[in-house]
Design a protein. Structure first.
Length: 358
């Protein structure tokens, strides 16, 4: 018989040490009860009348709508039973002949586990809510400041003194950097909170790459850099389609190419696309490479390159979020991203996506 165990306030205790006990007559009844009122712990006999405890455990762990609670299975204490129970998601497997004191101790241990996980979930939720609120509250005044600064720069409120123009440009640039950082933080938060809405469609990577290169060419030209887009091998641009969110893929390309330009003082930045054929068209993929002749990345820094707020020892402007965000975008599209670099000799990022199939 399944037993559903919950914490209760001390003023409602009836000699059970703050534990309230409920029972179900079968495995199906237990599933119905816990969906209506999830317990803090489920003590479950594997030999239930209708469906066995293993199946009940499997259904619980496959139900994403249920909060976490420990499951203790009562089963013959042999190797196969223990392995099967734990593999299906049980947290403990105990013998039918377990002594009362041991059983109570195990229950208390599982309830402490439940309390610890609930507390961690609560803290994580507070953290996510704080980040969402902070980014929203910061973004509004930054947008307003950006608007006012552009009006000042255009002379809407009167001519700007020559000696003030350089300082004004620095303020405009700093404000834009802050706004970009807040926007990126908000994007990262949405990915981590699982509330990022992606709209997957057939995306032409070649056309998208051309658009990004056109947009960033003026930035490269101000530094005297060549920004090139090429097809590798016998690749036909009409075959470079992926299934993805066009806006997010654009952010990915802009992040990688923009970073390459930022950290390159001379030479070039190359964006290359290639169609990779494997054993069958279904297993083919698209390779996207961004290579620069810039300052490079030291080996000890490459290990942490895709972590949040990780910046190299290059002493250049950045917030340590761009590559972390890029990694999130690639993962959301079921792709891979790798880096090859040597300090002082440039960097190569290699991204692989599955080919779009009709």
């Amino acid at each position: 018989m399944p037993f559903l165990i919950s914490f209760v306030p001390c003023d409602r205790c009836s000699g059970n040490g703050g534990i309230e006990l409920d029972s179900a007559h079968s495995g199906v009844d237990a599933l119905i009860q816990l969906e209506q009122s999830p317990p803090d712990l489920l003590l479950l006999d594997t030999a239930t009348a209708d469906i066995d405890g293993y199946e009940v455990t499997r259904r619980i762990r496959r139900n994403a709508e249920l909060p976490f609670f420990p499951i203790m299975l009562v089963a013959d204490h042999n190797h196969a039973s223990v392995v099967k129970g734990l593999a299906l998601g049980a947290n403990d497997v105990i013998r039918p002949t377990v002594k009362k004191r041991e059983l109570f101790a195990r229950i208390q241990s599982m309830l402490k586990l439940k309390h610890s996980i609930d507390e961690q979930i609560r803290i994580n939720q507070q953290h996510e809510d704080f980040i969402a609120s902070l980014t929203h509250d910061l973004r509004t005044p930054l947008i307003a400041a950006d608007h006012m600064l552009h009006l000042l720069r255009r002379g809407t409120f009167g001519k700007t003194l020559p000696e003030m123009r350089d300082s004004l440009e620095q303020v405009v640039q700093s404000n834009q950097t802050l706004l970009e950082m807040v926007d990126t933080l908000l994007e990262i938060y949405q990915y981590e909170a699982g509330c990022k809405n992606l709209h997957f469609h057939k995306v032409d990577l070649w056309e998208l790459s051309q658009s990004v290169v056109r947009e960033l060419t003026p930035l490269a030209m101000t530094k005297g850099l060549a920004l090139n887009l090429t097809l590798v091998g016998t690749t036909d641009e009409t075959s470079l389609w992926v299934r993805g969110d066009r806006l997010e893929l654009r952010r990915l390309l802009t992040n990688l190419v923009g970073n390459a330009i930022r950290y390159t003082d001379s030479g070039s930045v190359e964006l290359r696309l290639q169609y990779i054929t494997r054993d069958s068209p279904e297993n083919s993929s698209i390779l996207l490479e961004v290579e620069d002749t810039g300052i490079g990345i030291a080996p000890e820094e490459q290990e942490f390159l895709f972590e949040r707020f990780r910046q190299g020892n290059h002493h250049r402007r950045g917030n340590g979020l761009g590559l972390y965000h890029s990694h999130q975008i690639v993962q959301a599209h079921h792709g891979t991203i790798e880096v090859e670099s040597e300090a002082g000799k440039g960097t190569l990022f290699v991204i692989r996506f599955d080919l779009f199939q009709e």
